[in-house]
Design a binder for this molecule. Structure first.
Ligand code: ZN
Length: 262
């Protein structure tokens, strides 16, 4: 057994430290040291290291989980319906309503674009169309996905506007999850990029709303443009701009429908 000073304020629990000997306020007690104290200190260090490793593991898993790819020959792949069904998902709803810059809320922008897109699809008259919401109500991501799956839709488009602390950032970004959704993502991305002179980005990310979404002609999440960029905000805040966004989405959808329906 070792006896001596034990610092009660230093790092670690009950670890002996010669530095604190004789320093007023650091050592309040002369306490007999024992192996038990040393092993408690060691154990705490091991717990910290284990927590650090676990946290790193969670972060690495999280990064790769976002990029999960659907297995080849997924049993979920269905044949397209005889008459195409399109489900449009206006992002957000309820509180807090998504991105908001100078009073314009993302949830209002997405709903307005969705209604305009619905009208374009309906006027064309070749597809049935449904919206996941028509008013300002909160719907979970899983409810939106279930809505699409129970209606056996062929195409699913979730509409959003992006945000960044960097106000110079502005591009269009379309996410897909199932391998068969990539053509729809590219088609919509190309149209938005061309019509608004934006850089097109397409990425495979398993966002909840598109992951396990069985739409055979594609399920995509569209970040139309950045509401935090002055051009993006100007376009998305105007009726004319939102109409042009809806038309871009419509053309992208039509392009895919045309490859499957005459
Ligand atoms: Zn959003």
């Amino acid at each position: 057994m070792i006896t001596g000073h034990w610092c009660q304020r230093g790092r670690g629990i009950g670890l002996p430290t010669s530095a604190c000997v004789g320093v007023p306020g650091t050592c309040s007690v002369n306490r007999p040291a024992s192996d038990a104290y040393e092993s408690v200190g060691l154990m705490m260090r091991m717990v910290k290291v284990a927590a650090g490793v676990a946290l790193l593991g969670v972060l690495v898993f999280g990064y790769f989980a976002r990029r999960l790819e659907w297995p080849q020959g997924s049993p979920y792949k269905r044949d397209p319906n005889p008459v195409p069904i399109v489900v449009i998902d206006p992002g957000h709803g309820g509180a807090p309503g998504g991105v908001s810059v100078s009073g314009v809320k993302e949830k209002e922008i997405t709903l307005d674009i969705a209604v305009r897109l619905e009208e374009l699809v309906r006027n064309k008259g070749t597809a049935k169309v449904f919206l996941t919401r028509r008013d300002d109500r909160p719907i979970s991501l899983v409810e939106r996905r279930n809505f699409a799956n129970t209606r056996k839709c062929d195409i699913f488009v979730s509409i959003h506007s992006n945000a960044s602390r960097n106000s110079k950032k502005n591009h269009t970004e379309v996410y897909f999850s199932s391998p068969w959704s990539e053509p729809l993502a590219r088609s919509i991305s190309t149209r938005l990029a061309r019509n608004f002179s934006l850089e097109p980005r397409v990425e495979n990310v398993a966002w909840t709303v598109i992951w396990d979404n069985w739409a055979p002609l594609g399920a995509v999440l569209v970040e139309t443009m950045y509401l935090t960029h002055q051009d993006g905000e100007r376009i998305l805040s105007s009726e004319q701009g939102r109409q042009r966004v809806a038309e871009s989405l419509f053309t992208g959808i039509e392009e895919i429908l045309a490859t499957h329906y005459q």
